[in-house]
Write a protein that binds this ligand. Structure first.
Ligand code: TTJ
Length: 685
């Protein structure tokens, strides 16, 4: 082999390739399997570019038995003439000049590059040998590069031309193209074994992304019947020659990314048979997308920038999603599928079951993210969104797509319904979880005893009566929970709204047995839950609300007979000298007590619990031996609910009227009679 002479320019070129040799990771990411395949993609990208520019429609990739690989296109062929500045052939420039691509070049006017685009010279620098053959203008040209150990320099030189580009023969003018064959350097890469599945997957992807381009992959290492692509079983044509022919597969998709979307949805139920496809351009950005909804719920968006996958997303995906949401909401409104009062559907709703392929082409791409597969150009967003809106509008304007768009809206509306229901369930769960002991701090005066069977909880209307009850109680087994304000009217409220109410949450928390479907009687802290409210309009209302709440959300509590109404007396009949003191709980009893006390009696009428002393409250209402307690039956609770529903619900007028009629406490008791309250287990009169 002849030692070549290099001029100054050539030296810098070789120093360029030296840099690649020295730090391959800087150029191809790694020297592992990924890096190995990267040097193949560098070559493939060149052929793809030629095809994308319309000069080639066929690419052949071949893996040889010796582990080398070749790429051939039927394009114009790499320029063979001498480059005036460097005085070497175009072929030599391409394979020995560090192509300033991707991240190194701000003037990256080509759409190619990006993740790859460091150029064919990098492949050359990391190969044991590389051979090029160009068919152009009726001639065949050849050139070879190699790496060798330079004994004088005591180091490996790589990518060195063995000889200048040479014309080696003639060929028909119609036979034009470039053939590049190389052997990856096993001293550079940890493994030099190309993976058929990796190569096959990417080439298929490229075939989808480049409509009509035919890409053939041949693997001479195996025979046709030795490899069945897990995704590609149906394209395998195992003939009688299968045992002797090398494995070969051709990818060619006339529908481009529309075929890609259909391919991704194979075997799934589909909302419409053909993917919707559009190709457009805005502000110098080429935008192509294909969408097809499945009957499934997951969204899968495959996005690409300049043919490079962007699994980490980025601004183009934002624009895409935004465009879908905007256009479909507009469509639904314009076609009265969404009524004026309806809220807009969310992007998530439209994307349920959506399979989409988005492919854009733009200049000066900036890749970001963990794996540098996220588009970081904010200027991409708006043109993509614009193209998507425009494209979908054009598609929707086609009468044959009318049903498709209507079905998409319907599916989204279904998704929205599920979303709203799920949201409510989640809120409820969250509210339930947040009901904890904190809710009770400063509110509940808890008893010291730990036996629920013996323990009593008094739910007392108002802070002042609550205070009195706290003084009066037997702290071993009686707990007091004062209710500030009126607890929320549980009627016609969803569980999550009910749970948002302070007073209600406090009650749930104190009882400790949960609420709604989760209510568990076994965890109940009190076997007597006693509602203690004033014998007036407000007290009556509170009692009804609490009963309705228990009926609706803790029905087992009522069913098991744990709920009671505490009955404070309405009157005290006494003698001024203290020789007599009787309590009456209703008008009939008042007459009896008057007779019992006899001449000179005095009557005190209690307007509320707050008027009683702790002693009086204990004697008349809280002492188990003397109090007048009424057990609430399920019918009582149902009647209370009915009361709330029919008289205290939406009909404000009806409520006012009812409360006016019942402002008289006697009528309250009449109501209580009507709902057949039973007396507590026979320990009083
Ligand atoms: C450059 O401008 C003049 C016409 O040819 C253009 C060109 O370079 N075409 C071209 C390059 N087609 N195919 C290639 C190519 C193919 C492979 C497989 C590998 C490389 C490095 C380039």
């Amino acid at each position: 082999m002849e030692q070549q002479h290099y001029d100054a320019g050539d030296i810098t070129i070789l120093e360029g390739l030296d840099a690649v040799r020295l730090r391959p990771g800087m150029y191809i990411g790694s020297t592992g399997t990924r890096g190995l395949h990267h040097i193949l993609w560098e070559i493939v990208d060149n052929a793809i570019d030629e095809a994308a520019n319309g000069y080639a429609d066929k690419i052949d990739v071949r893996i040889y038995k010796d582990g080398s690989v070749s790429v051939e296109d039927n394009g114009r062929g790499i320029p063979t003439d001498i480059h005036p500045k460097t005085k070497v052939s175009g072929v030599q420039v391409v394979f020995t000049q560090l192509h300033a691509g991707g991240k190194f070049d701000e003037h990256n006017y080509s759409f190619s590059g990006g993740l790859h685009g460091v150029g064919a010279s990098v492949t050359n620098a990391l190969s044991k040998w590389l051979k090029v053959r160009v068919n152009k203008d009726g001639s065949t040209w050849e050139m070879e590069f190699h790496s060798y150990f330079d004994e004088q320099k005591n180091k490996v030189e790589s990518g060195v031309p063995v000889a200048p580009l040479q014309k080696t023969g003639r060929c028909p003018k119609s036979q034009h193209g470039t053939f590049v064959h190389f052997m990856p350097d096993d001293t550079v890469f940890s493994s030099v074994e190309f993976q058929l599945s990796t190569v096959s997957h990417r080439l298929r992807e490229l075939a989808f992304l480049n409509k009509g381009l035919s890409i053939t992959l041949t693997d001479e290492r195996i025979t046709a019947n030795e490899y069945v692509d897990e995704d590609e079983e149906y394209t395998q044509q195992l003939d009688l020659m299968g045992a002797t022919q090398p494995y070969s597969v051709t990818f060619c998709y006339q529908g481009g990314i529309a075929d890609f979307a259909a391919y991704l949805n194979e075997g799934k139920s589909r909302l419409y048979s053909q993917p919707l496809y559009y190709k457009g351009e805005k502000d110098g950005i080429l935008v192509e997308f294909a969408i097809q909804h499945t009957g499934e719920f997951t969204e899968s968006l495959f996005s690409f920038v300049n043919n490079i996958p962007t699994p980490e997303g980025g601004y183009h995906e934002m624009g895409f999603r935004g465009g879908i949401t905007r256009m479909l909401n507009d469509y639904a409104r314009d076609n009265k599928l969404l009524k004026e009062k309806d809220a807009n559907l969310l992007g998530d709703d439209f994307r349920e079951g959506l399979t989409a392929v988005l492919s854009i082409k733009m200049k000066n791409v900036q890749f970001e993210g963990q794996t540098k597969t996220k588009l970081g150009n904010p200027e991409a967003r708006s043109p993509v969104e614009g193209c998507v809106v425009e494209g979908l509008r054009a598609l929707a304007a086609n009468p044959k797509n009318k049903k498709t768009f209507e079905d998409i809206i319907k599916k989204a509306q279904g998704a929205a319904r599920v979303r709203i229901a799920a949201r409510q369930a989640k809120d409820t769960a969250r509210a339930k979880n947040s009901i904890d002991s904190l809710t009770l701090v400063g509110k509940l005066a808890a008893c010291s005893g730990r036996k629920p069977e013996l323990n009593e909880l008094f739910i007392v209307e108002g802070d002042s009566a609550g205070g009195t009850a706290k003084q009066a109680r037997v702290r071993q087994y009686q707990s007091i929970l004062p209710l500030r304000g009126k607890p929320l009217n549980v009627e016609k409220k969803r569980l999550d709204q009910v749970l948002a109410n302070e007073e209600i949450r406090t009650i749930i928390s104190a009882l400790g047995a949960g609420v709604g479907n989760d209510f568990n009687l076994d965890k109940l802290n009190y076997h007597k839950v006693i509602i203690l409210s004033d014998a007036d309009q407000d007290g009556f209302h509170i009692r009804c609300i609490l009963l309705t709440f228990f009926y609706r959300y803790m029905r087992p509590l009522v069913n098991a007979g744990h709920v009671y109404i505490g009955m404070p007396p309405l009157y005290k009949v006494y003698k001024a000298n203290g020789s007599a003191e009787e309590y009456a709980y209703d008008d009939k009893e008042l007459q009896q007590k008057i007779e019992k006390v006899g001449r000179g009696y005095l009557i005190q009428r209690y307007k509320g619990l707050g008027e009683m002393s702790a002693d009086q409250l204990w004697t008349t209402t809280m002492d188990p031996m003397r109090r007048n307690l009424t057990q609430v039956t399920i019918e009582d609770a149902a009647a209370a609910e009915d009361m709330i529903t029919t008289l205290m619900g939406d009909r404000v007028e009806g409520r006012k009227e009812f409360l006016n009629r019942n402002a008289n406490f006697n009528k309250v008791d009449t109501f209580m009679d009507k709902v057949k309250l039973k007396k507590e287990g026979g320990n009083e009169d």
